[in-house]
Design a protein around this ligand. Structure first.
Ligand code: COA
Length: 285
C-alpha cells in the first residue's frame, strides 16, 4: 500500500473511492466498493465508512442504512495486505488510530447507530466482516452467499471482536465448530443458525431488503432508535436492572418523542378505532 494511505486521517473528507452510497426513497444503500479485492477492508474503507456514517447520521433523507458489497462479495474481511501487513511496521500510534477507527464503524458506532441498519449479504463474507454483519440491527443474506471464519486457516484466532460477535449471535456449539474448523457455510445455514434473520435467493435479495427497510420506515423513528438501544442493553443486564432501565427508557421515550407516538397510537386505537396495534403501526401524519 502507499504511504499516503497510511497517513490518511479521520479528517480526510468524503467518500466515493472505496465506498459508494445511493439514496433511494429513504434507504441509503451503502456498498463497500473494492469488488476486485472482494471488498476486503483496507484503510480507505475504514475512513470512508466513518465519513459515510457521519453524513447519513445527520441526513434527514436517510431513514434506513443498508450495508452491502459491490459485485459478488459482501466482504472478504480485513485486507491482509493493506490493513494487516502494511501496518506491522507502521508507527504504533498510526496503527492504533486505524484500528480504533475500524472498530468505530464496524461495531462501536454501528451498534449504536441512530438509524436502523440492515446488512445485506450478497456473497463472500469472511472474518472481520462478521463484526459489522452482527453489529447491524438486522441481516438478510442470499442463500448462495458463502460465510467463513477463515482465521484458523491462516494461523490466527478470530480477533478484533469477531469471536465476541459470533458467540453473542450463534450457539456455543456452532460458534466453536466454525471457529475451530474454518469451514464455510451458505446463507441458508447462516439463517438456520440465526446469524442472519433470513436467507432468500440472490435474485430476490434486494427486493426483500427494500421491503424490510420500508417496514422499518413505517415506524416512529425516535421510538425505533430507543427500542433497538434497549435490546442491546437489556442483554447485558440482570432482570432487576432491566426492569428499572426499561422503565426509565420508556419514560424517556414518552418525554422526548417529537411525535408523541404513544398518545397518538392510543388515541387512534381507543378513541378513533382506526387501527389495531397488534396488526400494524399507527398513522403518522
Ligand atoms: N485481503 C487481501 N486481499 C484479498 C482478500 C483479503 N482478505 N480477499 C481477497 N483478496 C484479493 C486477492 O488477493 C486477489 O487479489 P489479486 O487480484 O491482486 O491477486 C483478489 O482479492 C481476488 O481474490 P481471489 O482469491 O482471486 O478471489 P476468489 O473469488 O477466487 O476467492 C475468496 C474469494 C474470498 C474465497 C478469497 O479471496 C479468500 O479466501 N480471501 C481471504 C478471505 C479471508 O480469509 N478473510 C479473513 C480476513 S480477516
Amino acid at each position: 500500500m502507499s504511504d499516503a494511505s497510511v497517513e490518511r486521517t479521520p479528517s480526510s473528507p468524503g467518500w466515493g473511492e472505496t465506498v459508494t452510497m445511493t439514496m433511494e426513497d429513504g434507504i441509503a444503500w451503502v456498498s463497500l466498493n473494492r469488488p476486485s479485492k472482494r471488498n476486503a477492508i483496507n484503510p480507505g474503507i475504514v475512513w470512508e465508512m466513518n465519513a459515510v456514517m457521519d453524513a447519513l447520521e445527520e441526513d434527514d433523507d436517510c431513514k434506513v442504512m443498508v450495508v452491502t458489497g459491490s459485485g459478488d462479495s459482501f466482504s472478504a474481511g480485513m485486507d491482509l495486505k493493506e490493513y494487516f501487513r502494511a501496518y506491522e511496521t507502521a508507527k504504533p500510534v498510526a496503527r492504533e488510530r486505524l484500528f480504533r477507527a475500524n472498530a468505530a464503524w464496524q461495531w462501536r458506532r454501528m451498534m449504536a447507530y441512530p438509524k436502523p441498519t440492515i446488512a445485506m449479504v450478497n456473497g463472500w463474507c469472511f472474518g472481520g466482516a462478521f463484526q459489522f454483519l452482527v453489529a447491524c440491527d438486522l441481516a438478510i443474506a442470499a442463500e448462495e452467499a458463502t460465510f467463513g471464519l477463515s482465521e484458523i486457516n491462516w494461523g490466527i484466532i478470530p480477533a478484533g471482536v469477531v469471536t465476541k460477535a459470533v458467540v453473542d449471535t450463534m450457539s456455543l456449539r456452532d460458534a466453536m465448530y466454525y471457529v475451530m474448523t474454518g469451514e464455510t457455510f451458505d446463507g441458508k445455514k447462516a439463517s438456520e443458525m440465526r446469524l442472519v434473520n433470513e436467507a432468500v435467493p440472490l435474485d430476490r435479495l434486494k427486493d426483500r431488503t427494500r421491503d424490510l427497510a420500508r417496514v422499518l420506515m413505517g415506524k416512529n423513528p425516535f421510538v425505533l432508535r430507543q427500542a433497538k438501544t434497549a435490546v442491546r442493553q437489556a442483554r447485558e443486564l440482570t432482570w432487576e436492572q432491566a426492569a428499572d432501565y426499561l422503565m426509565a427508557k420508556s419514560d424517556q421515550s414518552d418525554h422526548r418523542d417529537p411525535e408523541r407516538g404513544r398518545k397518538a397510537g392510543m388515541s387512534q386505537f381507543l378513541d378513533d378505532k382506526s387501527y389495531r396495534p397488534g396488526l400494524g403501526a399507527y398513522r403518522r401524519d
